[in-house]
Write a protein that binds this ligand. Sequence first.
Ligand code: UT7
Length: 327
Amino acid sequence: MADRHVGIRATGSYLPERVLSNADLERMVDTTDQWIVERTGIRTRRIARDDEATSDMAAEASRRALGRAGLDPKDLDLLVVATVTPDMPFPSTACVLQERLGAFGAACFDLNAACSGWLYSLDMAWGAIAGGRYRNALVVGAEKLSAITDWEDRNTCVLFGDGAGAAVVGETPRPGFISSCLGADGRWGRLLYLPGGGSRHPASHATVDGRMHYMKMEGKEVFKQAVAAMSSAAEEAIRRAGMRADEIACFIPHQANVRIMKAVAKRIGVPFDRFLVTIDHCGNISAASIPIALDEAVSDGRLKEGDAVVLVAFGGGFTWGAMAVRL
Ligand code: UT7
């Protein structure tokens, strides 16, 4: 069974209705539309309702992907949710989603590799299905980053948004997944993290007073590492695929900063117009960024069946990865 072809059968995504513009942020912190656009490329991002949790957005994206694949949720045997903003520490958001979908034949777990989480999950699903022990996987990236954003910190609050993307992964008539290259370096963990609420600093009045329930980031250093790691991961995935960069129709990078994407394009010698950009209207949605961008481009016809794409991510941990995939 090890030589069966595995790929992405269908995608779906969901963005919450509420739009938060740079002008709105100008009224909240000391910032300007010009600074945000020039330094990040972001114009608007979506923010979930108070009563809308990560699993609610995941359910919307999942139903769209399952519908397009023509797959009954009962036929899923693996359900993975990549997220750093689970509904709660446990049960997993994947189990919450399973109930919502009625996917009771599936093994369910959450995967935390921060912004690289969806790519990590996709790689795991590929291996699980190629190995022959699973047939149909749902791989979801879903985040409510607004819930862990410090809305008084202009260094971070202008960057993030909420949303979900999903892919049905299964057997395909020809090879979908071509190559993968994942990596991590835990020595950099303290540059991008959320200190409170875990076993190190359980939630208390002191952790809340210290704003430890919000994410912290050393933006400048993260930026440099992101460019280096994403460039080498993308090059390695292309090398392992036995392809040349000019054979790749489209690069779909994690959407953290348009300047990071441009620097990666330059470093790997690919014209920036072959990079997919959604950050202008989505902001950074961590694990959901790539599946949302992929779904947008498939839905509006920019990407077609047979196109070779490279997905490339970087995030907290640090974690990174790239995959070459034929749609
Ligand atoms: O998703 C996974 C990983 N995350 C990333 O990859 C993010 C990586 N980092 C970045 O994208 C960028 O570092 C940021 C967008 C976060 C920041 O851009 P930067 O060009 O690195 O700016 P900086 O942090 O060096 O700050 C430059 C100046 C500072 O002022 P001074 O010290 O020069 O007076 C900041 O205080 O910009 C100031 N600043 C702002 N000004 C207006 C920082 N945030 C803002 C803001 N509005 N929102």
